[in-house]
Design a protein around this ligand. Sequence first.
Ligand code: FAD
Length: 449
Amino acid sequence: MNAPAGPDRLLQGWGRTTGSRSRVVGPLAPDALRDLVAGRPERGLLARGAGRSYGDAAQNADGLVLAPATGPRIEPDTAAATVRATGSTTFAELLAALVPHGLLLPVLPGTRHLTVGGAVAADVHGKNQRADGSLSHWLESVELLGGDGELHTLGADRDGPAFRATVGGMGLTGVVLAATLRLVRIRSTLLRVGSYRAPDLDALMALLDTATSRYAVAWIDTTATGRSLGRGVADLGDHLTAPDPAAEPDGLRYGPARAPRAPQLPLGVFTPLTARAFNSLWYRKAPRERHALQGLPEFFHRLDALHEWNRALGPRGFLQYQFVVPPQARHVVVQVLEALHRAGAAPFLGTLKRFGPAGGGPLSFPLPGWSLAVDMPAGRRGTGGLLERLDRLVAEAGGRVYLAKDARLGRAAFDAMYGPLDDWRATRARLDPAEAMRSDLGRRLGLCR
Ligand SMILES: Cc1cc2nc3c(=O)[nH]c(=O)nc-3n(C[C@H](O)[C@H](O)[C@H](O)COP(=O)(O)OP(=O)(O)OC[C@H]3O[C@@H](n4cnc5c(N)ncnc54)[C@H](O)[C@@H]3O)c2cc1C
């Protein structure tokens, strides 16, 4: 079959470090989509969501990319508190449709501009990962157009291996056409949030470790050293259990303010010195303890308040290094912070979370333990070698790097973190025998040809 016409485009991830050119097509009608996949395009194909993964996960150099794969469609069942949504529907669209019914997505990553397909493919987690697990724990079913061109309905119980290979499988088993999710009931759009400043890593980890709130996350000063190493501010939040008519006179509404475009920052603005100044200022301006009511966008999606902030950081782009290590390996967090400092990596933003249950599948990121995410400018001398050393520390501790944030992990380090993947490969071979589904990330990590 001749592939449908579409523009040849340079595609990049959110970090804007690695790009590649692909023919971009979509949305396609179900039959046309099925014919396209079954026709096994010569250089493979891949579904792309909103391009919020940081590296090359949503790219397929010289091949086809479905962007979007489907049209948006939302079918809530308010009595059952579930929703069926197509793969290209965004979380922002879902929130606008669901919140007025007192329903909330059970997992909210740090941006609302991701799609259902991208969320399933990365088995995303939110600030409630410890309490509620990642998305896989909330999925009732996934409707997958497998790389074999067949429709597979994957339920968590009914078809274990295919479900587990697809959730977290970074788009390499097929195209997520739709998913059905269980939802959380809310009576208010407000959260009661306690913010606590911690002078060092032990204090910060203790706040997260002992938190009883549903949501818990910490901003961490990635530049502090010595006795202040790992200082930060923990935010612990819970939904109000009853509406607050004074604070939300319009009832259950979801209407985040329009995000202005981020101003372009001067080239090379992030140096070790400016990163340190920015982080110190942030720490000092945080009160020792504060209690406040926050709305959904303010609590969950602060980074969405600036449109295209990733472009403001300059043409070289930036890297995010997010890893998780088991609870007993908290020393790795210390080693990583010290190594970033020694190498002058200019880490300008850090987030620490305590993780709970592991995710669904072999490629799913979450494990019980500590997750640290650090943003840093790309292209600084020595950053590549530094991150390879960190990969070894993380792998030796039994941890792993998050593929949805990754742009540079090598195959050996990946195998040490996620391997052996015989079961995943066997299931993929069943769902996609001709390896129709391919991505730049998949090739880099030896997951596809
Ligand atoms: C500011 C910011 C904050 C973030 N915070 C978090 C966080 O807190 N927790 C977290 O878990 N993640 C977080 N992320 C990462 C993000 O949630 C994931 O990268 C997610 O996969 C992005 O979804 P997307 O729709 O943009 O997918 P894309 O980036 O376009 O694609 C990601 C992967 O999904 C696959 N895919 C997309 N659509 C489909 C489909 N229909 N069928 C099959 N495969 C598909 C692609 O092939 C690719 O492998 C954050 C990202 C940003 C930019």
